[in-house]
Design a protein around this ligand. Structure first.
Ligand code: ATP
Ligand code: MG
Ligand code: MG
Ligand code: MG
Length: 467
């Protein structure tokens, strides 16, 4: 049976190739030309236009192992890392697709066959959910596949927001979407958590492993839905979650790749306790940030580059928390390349550059990190439950602490951040900068003797730049 991550990838692709699927390579983490999406958050992203009918491929069935990132934008899991057994920012998604070809029956049956016969998962540990009124999927599970009805759970679109479960999947706020059927694995009663749709579902006992989306609609900006040219299938299974089951561990962070990364992080930060959650964060974040650099995203102060900066600085802060006072994070790159470079040659090819980018960012943040932490520790020294917004802003503005980093520290200490106060302080500073910029412009106009006359874009653009 496949056990290593490499074997799991291969048997997934082999299985779907044997069912007539074309194996497609993973696409970059930055989606090409799609302003609705910050990062590739699932395997279907590279096929978005095929679902919409504006792109055609020479195949109607495809399978892939896709590098995904869920940090920033819809499906953001940054805050879950270090807290759950099942969430990463960067992860690999195993997926198969039908573009107007097969539909629910084949998708669910093949899914079941792969899980129980190829991967050998015990049937009695598996549960399925279906969209609340999807009798067709319900009947396939109960009558054709033979799952006992008590282990097939109907779930709505959660518009009422009662629990987290939601069986209506959307790529982003707009775009392809549809009802779905998900497969869960029960890790056993010794782990806290309840089945999907129950109040305890957010625990890590019943872990969602595979989502089968029956893509049928295109969600428009105004919330209306338009039918896709043809019903499609889009599935996604978390490689690390499946690997955890096959390697007989509970948490994603205990699988082969993470075991090695965590040990390396412990070595570089001189940490004895391998169970320290900061090591998980560092292990997760070295993957995310290295893959981001390999796909061209370098730290900056806006957009994707700022997400990259936030993830790097978060990792460094966790190293600092472990007592590490000098750059260490970039030293994990060779370990990662060793583990994942064969599957992702671009990662291996860019190893040197990744190391340099991370090291530069690390050296830069270390200049202000200790002083910033001192200020934060000081502000949290009392027994208040809220960190004032202006402190969070000062940390952001002067010490390079992204808001989520400050949040992360505060959360560890049971304190929340006054985010409205933070935003207000940010606005005040922007207004001041605008005023200063305007002053500069007036001065510039004075010097040129132009008064209110238009003297060209160079002078007039300066206020916009400082904003
Ligand atoms: P969860 O409810 O556990 O947050 P999800 O419903 O958000 O997962 P989907 O959008 O349905 O996940 O993605 C398909 C599959 O990808 C999931 O069933 C899971 O196996 C995997 N997956 C999703 N998010 C993550 C993540 N942050 N880290 C690792 N694997 C993930
Ligand atoms: Mg999720
Ligand atoms: Mg889910
Ligand atoms: Mg899901």
């Amino acid at each position: 049976r496949p056990v290593s991550v490499a074997d799991i990838r291969k048997s997934f692709l082999d299985f779907f190739a044997s069912k007539g699927h074309t194996v497609v390579a993973s696409s970059p983490l930055v989606p090409g030309n799609d302003p609705t999406l910050m990062f590739t958050n699932s395997g279907m992203v590279q096929f978005k236009d095929v679902f919409l009918g504006t792109d055609k491929r020479p195949y109607v069935r495809a399978a892939s192992v896709q590098a995904c990132l869920r940090a920033g934008g819809k499906h953001n899991d940054l805050e879950n890392v270090g807290y759950t057994a099942r969430h990463h920012t960067f992860f690999e998604m195993l997926g198969n697709w039908s573009f107007g070809d097969y539909f629910k029956r084949e998708s669910l049956k093949w899914g079941w066959e792969l899980l129980t016969e190829v991967y050998g998962l015990p049937k009695e540990r598996l549960l399925a959910t279906v969209y609340i009124d999807d009798d067709e999927a319900y009947d396939i599970w109960t009558k054709e596949i033979g799952l006992p009805p008590e282990r097939v759970i109907r779930i709505g679109d959660n518009k009422g927001g009662k629990y987290k479960s939601d069986n209506f999947w959307m790529m982003a706020d707009t775009g392809p979407c549809g009802p779905c059927s998900e497969i869960f694995y029960d890790h056993g009663p010794h782990i806290p958590g309840g089945p999907p749709g129950s109040p305890e579902e957010d625990g890590d006992r019943f872990i969602e492993i595979w989502n089968h989306v029956f893509m049928q609609f295109d969600m428009k900006e105004d919330g209306s839905v338009v039918k896709l040219p043809a019903p499609c299938v889009d599935t996604g299974m978390g490689l690390e979650r499946l690997a955890a089951i096959l390697q007989h561990v509970h948490s994603n962070y205990e699988i082969d790749i993470f075991d090695a990364l965590i040990k390396a992080a412990a070595r570089e930060t001189h940490t004895a306790d391998l169970a320290n959650p900061s090591l998980k964060v560092i292990a997760d974040h070295i993957r995310a940030t290295s893959f981001l650099v390999s796909d061209g995203v370098i730290p900056s102060n806006e957009g994707r580059g700022y997400v990259q900066r936030r993830i790097i600085r978060r990792a460094i802060r966790h190293g600092y928390k472990l007592g590490q006072k000098t750059p260490f994070f970039h030293k994990l790159v060779p370990v990662l390349v060793e583990l994942m470079g064969a599957a992702y040659p671009n990662l291996a090819k860019q190893a040197q550059r990744i190391t340099e980018v991370l090291k530069t960012e690390e050296e830069r943040f270390y200049l202000t990190l200790a002083n910033g932490m001192e200020i934060l520790d000081g502000a949290l020294a009392g027994d208040q439950k809220v960190l004032p917004g202006d402190v969070a802003f000062k940390l952001h503005d002067t010490y390079g602490f992204p808001l989520d980093l400050t949040n992360d520290v505060c959360r560890e200490r049971g304190v929340t951040v006054d985010e409205a106060g933070f935003q207000a302080a940010m606005e005040r500073q922007k207004a001041q900068a605008r005023a200063a910029g305007k002053f500069k412009m007036d001065k510039a106009l004075e010097y040129t003797g132009a008064g209110n006359r238009f003297v060209g874009y160079e002078t007039l653009e300066s206020p916009a730049q400082v904003v």
